[in-house]
Design a binder for this molecule. Sequence first.
Ligand code: SAH
Length: 237
Amino acid sequence: MKRPADSPFRFRGKRPDEYALPDLNPHMKLHYELVPPVVVAEEAPNFKGRWGEAFPDPSLPLHLEIGPGNGFYLAGMAGRHPEFNWLGIEIRFKRVVLVAKKILGAEVQNARIARYDAWQLDDLFGPGELGGLHINFPDPWKREINAKHRLICPALVSWAAKTLKPGAEVRLKSDHRPNLERFVKGAEGLPFEVVDFRDDVAKNGSPWPDDLVTNYQSKFIARDEPVYAALLRRTGA
Ligand code: SAH
């Protein structure tokens, strides 16, 4: 996947001594002090094909959350599902720190947060390395002029087909229905089945039994705006 050149986030997977002004962002400094559960950008690609080694129990299937934000979902799911290893990929230093603190506060051993760019997932995972994928409220980029910034795009869906094991679930939630439709459309002709699609999770329930309301989701609930959810499964043997 290729990050649009005029993306609002700058991603630099540099070493601390390579930053011209390392003290400018206090969260940058702090995130180095929270290793583990933080995996810094300059280390993350070293785990490609062997993410198990980043966790106390390397044998557990790996679930990935892209853009965990404040980490409530990631830390919560790690607590509810100790039978999986949970990895978040988040680009912003401040949010990486928030997620790390949530993981530490929840006292879960099976969760890690990597500071990395979701447009560069090929750096991080080999084929069939993931046992599950979770994306909650990706930046919607509603205007057509910003279409190239949308993370849920055909390249992401083909990356997911390649990187998820057969049987693995994709769980998506968004306030913006077209976001989820784009995943479903992109999955046509790829080894995915659409298991469920819900138009209003608050009214109709979520497609999976163990949902956790994320930080963004609670804002939409407070405004009485619908939240959409899609459940897909990677097919094949
Ligand atoms: N999942 C959270 C936050 C949703 S907001 C919730 O539901 O509450 C979208 C999140 O994606 C933000 O935390 C943002 O920093 C992160 N994000 C945006 N672009 C990203 C990228 N290229 N790589 C990794 N994370 C990204």
